[in-house]
Design a protein around this ligand. Structure first.
Ligand SMILES: [Zn+2]
Length: 386
């Protein structure tokens, strides 16, 4: 949920994802409680369209149709709730979910954990919640926030995975890193984990289709971000980013040649035929040679990072000799490589994204005993100072 409106006295808040129909409306009541209406916008528009077209509700004098549209008008025009609307929520419980008179920590859970509202937006609107929302369960210093619907067996599974992650860190004297808020909520994009710097919390997508081992590696990686941002002194964080920059200067032909190719450069594309939307200047690509038609391509590629560019299937026409060619795409692939060890400074292509991802990937390799040689020594020396 991104767009948001509120009335002047901050008693009604309306959240939108994109369209005209809100996805959530929050009413603050006189006793400092909240009534929350969650709406499925797509299902709502479809239902109302159908009702209009087919006069489904005509038999009842159009009453239901009117109720439904009045309800939506009421919701979007910031009127307080009336009993007839509450009746509609119950009647159309596939479209609406109504939570009556919930306290602030339950509101936090509904909006952020179950509906992906950023936690910092929540505290801007409703004030902070001490120690985050009341956790569903706290195990070994980890506060778990589960969506209400999640089955007990799945909750236990996630708790076990987190305790395994903690063991990896404990073995290296870093058990205290694996503590704090861990919430389970939708994440946009392909990843199943996310570390939120301002709220210092870790999010895991409960709908992830990944196997538990992949989820384990993801969570180890996210806690490595936590280690860097919360447990390392600023000068050590500085050393990490210097090291990353050095690696790019020395072994780093890639960054330079990819990010600043001039108009007219010929690129080699080895991926599948595809179309790129929006800001990509090269729109339709087929395997073979491609001419860069505008500077913007270079700018966008810089934004997406040189390595993302390589992974997209593009290569500069001249064959390069990247040191890290042929390594894993990300630590998640450790999954398929039992006993894998590497002494590569940039051990995965994803590690080349930026200093922070480089650190997280390298630490993950290290904790899983997949890192050897000089990079291992470097990481050992860094985490000693946590
Ligand atoms: Zn990361």
């Amino acid at each position: 949920m991104k767009r948001m409106y509120r009335n002047r006295d901050n008693t009604i808040f309306i959240f939108f994802v994109d369209k005209k129909i809100p996805s959530a409306v929050v009413f603050k009541t006189a006793d400092e409680k909240f009534n929350v209406v969650l709406i499925k916008p797509r299902l709502f528009s479809k239902t109302i369209e159908l009702a209009w077209k087919n006069n489904i509700y005509k038999r009842e004098g159009g009453e239901l149709y009117n109720l439904l549209s009045n309800t939506m008008n009421g919701l979007t025009r910031m009127h307080p709730l009336v009993p007839s609307q509450i009746k509609v929520f119950e009647m159309f419980n596939t479209i609406f979910t109504f939570h009556q008179s919930v306290n602030k920590s339950r509101l936090y859970q509904i909006l952020t954990v179950e509906n992906a509202l950023p936690a910092n937006t929540f505290s801007e609107l409703f004030g902070s919640i001490e120690n985050g929302a009341a956790a569903d369960v706290t195990v070994d210093g980890i506060h778990f926030h589960f969506p209400e619907k999640m089955r007990d067996s799945r909750r236990k599974e996630f708790i076990n995975i987190l305790l395994m992650v903690k063991d990896f860190y404990k073995k290296h004297g870093l058990g205290n890193v694996v503590t704090g808020e861990v919430s389970f909520s939708k994440i946009n994009g392909a990843t199943c984990g996310f570390y939120n710097i301002p709220t210092k919390s870790i999010k895991i997508d409960p709908a992830t289709k990944d196997d538990n081992l992949t989820i384990l590696y993801t969570i180890i990686h996210e806690f490595a971000h936590k280690l860097m941002y919360e447990f390392l002194p600023p000068n050590v964080v500085g050393e990490i980013s210097h090291k990353f920059n050095d690696l790019y200067r020395i072994g780093g032909k890639p960054g330079i040649s990819f990010t600043s190719f001039p108009i007219g450069s010929i690129l080699k594309y080895t991926g599948k035929s595809a179309s790129y939307r929006g800001d990509w200047v090269i729109n339709d690509v087929r395997p073979g040679e491609i001419t860069a038609r505008s500077m913007e391509a270079g700018i966008n590629i810089r934004a997406k990072s040189a390595l993302a560019f390589i992974n997209s299937g593009f290569e500069p026409y001249e064959k390069n000799d990247l040191e890290f060619h042929g390594v894993l795409h990300s630590t998640l692939q450790l999954n398929h490589k039992k006993g894998y060890k590497t002494d590569a400074w940039i051990p995965t292509t994803y590690a080349g994204t930026n200093a922070s991802e480089w650190f997280a990937e390298t630490v993950t390799m290290y904790l899983c005993n997949a890192l050897i040689g000089e990079p291992k020594e470097f990481i050992e020396n860094i985490i000693k100072r946590a």
